[in-house]
Design a binder for this molecule. Structure first.
Ligand code: NDP
Length: 270
């Protein structure tokens, strides 16, 4: 029987992960099956225990279970511990290992796919929720000059920076309207686009030469992308990040990193 994996969430019907992992398996010749798994809102732990008992080899975790997955893991990779959130579980040798590939996926999409190196750059990170938390350590590991974190609720951004005290010299916190200066890269890690909202940062942050990436994706460019593009920025949505985080998870499970470019192209078409 093929090795089994799944993505656990609630809701989960919209997830594109089965399509992505099926393409990776085909491309790399790995014998695996990957499906969607709807967990009851109060039943994440029971779902994971059932999967382990049934012999699954691992799982991805999406909303709203990423924090619970970090608590449930018997061992955490350093980047998952830093994020306080887990999007990839590995079931092996009686352990539930938790890792987080969202941040590495974001960095791979910016550096490799968009061709924008982050060393010495100034980054504006909008949002301080789970996705921003997961992105922070992988972004810092690229050695940017500074990361400014702006969030609607200032206290949440302050808590995030306090949790990364070792990097305090390269981190700053501000409200949206008080963002100052120019940036090389602006990452929208808020869920504002879901409500067709744009974080009210000064339009001047989106000049020519700026890469503006919205972690959200859809058939149409998000309102954030439209706003940033109208002020001169190059824009990207979160599809590349999604495809890249899946490749990182695939690497953790199977020891082989798939080529993301053809999968990205076919996802974009569909
Ligand atoms: P969380 O719920 O953990 O955090 C939401 C964040 O958005 C908070 O900072 C919140 O601010 C802010 N926010 C929410 N609504 C608004 C608004 N109307 N205006 C301004 N700020 C707002 O969500 P996640 O961090 O898990 O996810 C954030 C986004 O990233 C989602 O759109 C998600 O789909 C996307 N994502 C994409 C991935 C990909 O692979 N492409 C992977 C992971 C996430 P406050 O603190 O004030 O509440």
């Amino acid at each position: 029987m093929s090795d089994r994996y799944c993505v656990i969430g609630n809701p989960i019907a919209h997830s594109k992960s089965p399509q992505i992992h099926a393409a990776y398996a085909l491309q790399t010749g790995q014998d695996l099956a990957y499906e969607r798994c709807l967990a009851p809102l109060d039943g994440f732990e029971a779902t994971v225990r059932r999967l382990v008992a049934e012999g699954y080899r691992g799982a991805n975790v999406t909303l709203p279970f990423k924090l619970e997955a970090a608590r449930l893991a018997t061992r955490l990779a350093p980047r998952a511990r830093a994020a306080g959130a887990v999007n990839t579980l590995i079931f092996a040798d009686g352990e539930i290992v938790g890792d987080n590939t969202d941040g590495p996926g974001l960095v791979a999409d910016i550096v490799r796919n968009a061709g924008v190196p982050l060393g010495g750059k100034r980054i504006l990170l909008l949002g301080a929720g789970g996705a921003a938390r997961g992105a922070l350590l992988p972004l810092l590991e690229e050695h940017p000059r500074q990361i400014v974190i702006a969030n609607r609720t200032l206290a949440t951004a302050e808590k995030l920076v306090a949790d990364f005290a070792d990097h305090a010299d390269r981190l700053a916190v501000t409200g949206f309207a008080d963002v100052e200066g120019s940036f090389d890269v602006v990452v929208n890690a808020t869920s504002a686009s879901l409500a067709a909202d744009v974080p009210p940062v000064p339009p001047a942050v989106f000049g020519p030469g700026v890469l503006a990436l919205d972690m959200m994706y859809g058939a149409q460019p998000t309102v954030f992308m439209a706003f940033a593009a109208s002020h001169g920025a190059s824009v990207r949505d979160g599809l590349g990040m999604l495809v890249e985080q899946a490749a990182e998870a695939f690497l953790l499970w199977r020891g082989v990193r798939p080529d993301t470019a053809p999968v990205m192209a076919s996802m974009r078409q569909s």
